[in-house]
Design a protein around this ligand. Structure first.
Ligand code: GDP
Length: 441
């Protein structure tokens, strides 16, 4: 997420940071570079101009130049203004007191609407709510099936209309069904087209008027850059959306859409999609996103992700081993690997830890390798799992035979285990945060 933008901004801003004294021309020059970086990242021209206007005004303020660490101050100003650009405070959902709260999910075909609907349901369920999904894209049989499959996968009921049926009637029936089944939140997945057209907008307006949702979330594909901003404007004009979900932020999107959408529509980004899996949805806290852009890490995001995906009992056991007195063994390593794998690619997780970029940890845990790792660990004696240090040459050969994996792989695993121990030490500092509640207010 924001990788390139983030690296380039870091480059420009680190020059600020290193300077003991800053003059006005230096600030102007530096901010011109910030401007170039933003435009290169596909941030809307007007948004960039307004943003830099505000940063410059504050940066040239007397207190900055005369302060003890002007460079740091400027970084802070950029951070604050980035956060302000992305939203005001942590985005919330308007929960109603008499359920169900209704969320309507809209967007173009292929933007990630159906996936996002399931991710939202998954998230709300993890927060202790009882979600229901409504399949109201009745123009494509595949869309109905897709939502039903996702519903089964995450164990959330799906109220589906029939192919070619009336989406408004289906949506209304879903509200009744949700109420009858005591579901606290209904997520209505709607039809999309490849382009904005009046027929689609008309259908969406009728669904909206039929169910009167508390939230209309527009799903935008971040990979489409400026196009996403333009389409967001179109949907907002037609439907008066309440927020945006930016998907595919795990890809090589340049970040411009994220920084421009709110500036242009005035509507906050509420969630970001960071992968194809049902857990790959993060809440879009402006402060934290700004922190990520400026490589300050996002510890809260990391902790939230852990809470959403980890088995609590397993986590507690692990935590005791890692943070407490217990010894971290290869068996725990296996458990931990499974849990971390559920959280997402390790290299992405590491980006959430301040300063972790400098840590040399191998990027991914390949899902296919998990089975091999399991076979290797299971081919060890309990003593070896307990105390991997004793695994020398002949033991390695025996384990290789037992697991059917080459010795080089055993070596690599043991090395990774040592690195994991290092990683766990890094996590130590975060241990205290693990217990705190997350989720959407
Ligand atoms: P819809 O037509 O708007 O309902 O789009 P889908 O939900 O079917 O998603 C279209 C494609 O985008 C699917 O292959 C999804 O797996 C993929 N997708 C959705 N969200 C994300 C995301 O956040 N990251 C990535 N990498 N892929 C996503």
């Amino acid at each position: 997420m924001f990788e390139e933008l983030s690296d380039k901004l870091d480059g420009v801003l680190s020059r600020f940071r290193q300077r003991g004294v800053l003059t006005e021309p230096m600030i102007r020059e530096g901010l011109r570079e910030v401007r170039r970086v933003l435009l290169e990242a596909d941030v809307n021209f007007k948004v960039t101009r307004d943003f830099l206007g505000r940063v410059q005004e504050r940066a040239l303020g007397e207190s900055v130049v005369k302060s003890v660490s002007p460079g740091q101050q400027i970084v802070k100003i950029v951070h604050d203004e980035l956060a302000a650009l992305l939203g005001e405070g942590r985005p919330t959902i308007k929960w109603v007191s008499s359920p169900p709260t209704i969320l309507m999910v809209v967007g173009l075909q292929g933007s990630g609407k159906t996936t996002t609907s399931a991710k939202l349901a998954r998230r709300f369920a993890a927060e202790g709510r009882t979600p229901m999904l409504a399949a109201c894209d009745l123009q494509r049989p595949a869309a109905i099936e897709q939502l039903q499959t996702l519903g089964r996968q995450i164990d959330v009921p799906v109220h589906a209309g029939t192919f070619g049926g009336d989406p408004v009637a289906t949506a209304k029936a879903a509200v009744d069904a949700a109420r009858a089944q005591g579901c606290s939140v209904l997520i209505v997945d709607t039809a999309g087209r490849l382009q904005i057209d009046e027929t689609l907008m008309d259908e969406l307006r009728r669904v909206r008027d039929g169910v009167q949702p508390q939230e209309i979330l527009f799903v935008a594909d971040a990979m489409t850059g400026q196009e996403a901003v333009r389409i967001a404007e179109g949907f907002d004009q037609a439907l008066d959306i309440s927020g945006v979900v930016l998907t595919k932020m795990d890809g090589d999107a340049r970040g411009g859409a994220a920084l421009s959408i709110r500036g242009v529509t005035g509507k906050p980004i509420k969630f970001v999609g960071v992968g194809e899996g049902v857990d790959d949805l993060d809440s879009a806290d402006p402060e934290r996103m700004a922190g990520r852009i400026l490589q300050m890490g996002d510890v809260v995001g990391l902790v939230e992700r852990a809470q959403r995906t980890m088995d609590m009992a397993e986590q507690e056991k692990l935590q005791e081993k890692v943070l407490g007195k217990g010894r971290f063994t290869l068996e725990d390593f296996l458990t931990a690997m499974r849990q971390i794998q559920r959280m997402g690619p390790l290299d992405q997780l590491l980006k959430l830890i301040p300063g972790a970029k400098k840590l040399k940890i191998p990027g991914n845990i390949d899902p296919k390798r998990m089975k091999h790792v399991e076979a290797i660990i299971l081919s060890m004696t309990p003593e070896e799992r307990e105390n991997p240090k004793i695994i020398k040459g002949s033991r390695r050969a025996r384990i290789a035979r037992g697991s059917g994996r080459p010795v080089s792989e055993i070596n690599r695993l043991l090395k990774q285990f040592t690195e994991m121990q290092k990683f766990m030490k890094q996590m130590k500092g975060l241990g205290g945060l693990m217990g705190k509640g997350g989720g959407m207010p």
